[in-house]
Design a protein around this ligand. Sequence first.
Ligand code: BEZ
Length: 236
Amino acid sequence: MTVEKCGIWVLGYGSLIYKPPPHYTHRIPAVIYGFMRRFWQSSVDHRGTPDSPGRVVTLIPHDEIMKTPRFLQDYVKYENHGNPITNLQPNDLHTIGVVYYIPADRADEVREYLDVREQNGYTLHEVEVHLDLTESDSSDQELMAAIHQLPEHETTGKKVLTTNVYIGTVNNEAFVGPETIEQTASVIATNVGPSGTNFDYLRMLCESMASMKTCEETDKYLEHLFKEVNRIRDTL
Ligand code: BEZ
C-alpha cells in the first residue's frame, strides 16, 4: 500500500464524520487548515425541504474570509473570543474532520454514491489535510508504513495528504451565509427533511466530534450553536 497512489482519500467534516462512506478501510482524524466550518449551506433534500430549507455545513476558505468583513466578524465573534484580529493567517483557521481511505477497486462506486448523497450545491474539491495520529491504531503496520512515507508539514509537523472533499462554495445557490448563530439555530431547532431532523444532524456531528481524541482545540462555533439550538428547543 502506498497511501496516495492506490485508492482515494475522502475528507468528512459534516455528516461523513458520523456516517462514513461505504467500503472505507481506514478512518483517521485530520485537521483542515485555512477553512472555517459553518452551517451556512441550505438543505432542501436532506435536512429540510424546498418549503422549509434546513442548514448543513460547508467550509469557508481563508481568502473569502479576508474579502468579506462579515465572515471575518463571525470568526472573531465565535472563535476569537471577540478579540479583533487584523492579520488572520490561514493556519489560524483549523477545522477538525476525518479522512477515509477507499481502496482503488471501490473508488468509482464511492464517488458516485457521494455525488448522489451530496447534491444541493456542493462541488468536489481537493484539499490538503494534516493527519492527527493521536488515536490511530499503530498495530496496523501496513497503514503505518504508508503514512510514514507521507511528507511532514514544515509548520505543523503533521503528515499531510491530499483529499477529495465536498464544499458548498460561497457563490453556490444554496449558500446562505453569513448568518448569526441565533438565526441558524432557529432553523436547525425545528426543521426536518427526508434524512431526518436537522437537530439530529447537528447532535450526531457534535457527539462524534466529542468522542474523537485529537490534539486540537474543540470547535467553539459548533459548541455555541449546539447550546443555542438546545436552548431554543427547551422553549418549544
Ligand atoms: C461531510 O463532510 O460530511 C460533507 C460535507 C459536505 C458535503 C458532503 C459531505
